[in-house]
Design a binder for this molecule. Structure first.
Ligand code: FES
Length: 104
């Protein structure tokens, strides 16, 4: 049975401006609003030491601030070179204006 962890309020996340969340015991996370739906991924690029929340959200894609790589926010799959390894995604749970994920 997982543990539900609160990441942020939905007000803190704006479409096009992913929100960085640091919670002890969890990897750095990024929360996204894509047309009113919320998504959560690891924040660290799989290509290098860059935080995706410093990059550029374009619809359901996040472009890394370094090297022009990109990922699908919804699936975590790399969508632009040089990113080749998917980022981890977490199902976002939205309740009463707050965003949660389940952890192991
Ligand atoms: S560090 Fe993200 S594309 Fe290189």
């Amino acid at each position: 049975m997982g543990n539900k962890v609160r990441l942020c309020s939905t007000d803190e996340v704006v479409d096009g401006e992913p929100f960085a969340v640091e919670i002890e015991g969890l990897p750095a996370l990024a929360v996204y609003d894509v047309e009113g739906d919320y998504f959560v991924t690891d924040n660290l690029c799989t290509h290098g030491n860059a935080l995706l929340t410093d990059g550029y959200q374009e619809g359901d894609e996040i472009e890394c601030p370094f090297h022009g790589g990109a990922f699908s926010i919804k699936t975590g799959e790399p969508s632009a070179f040089p990113c080749q390894v998917a980022i981890k995604t977490y199902p976002a749970i939205v309740e009463n204006g707050e965003v949660f994920i389940e952890t192991d």
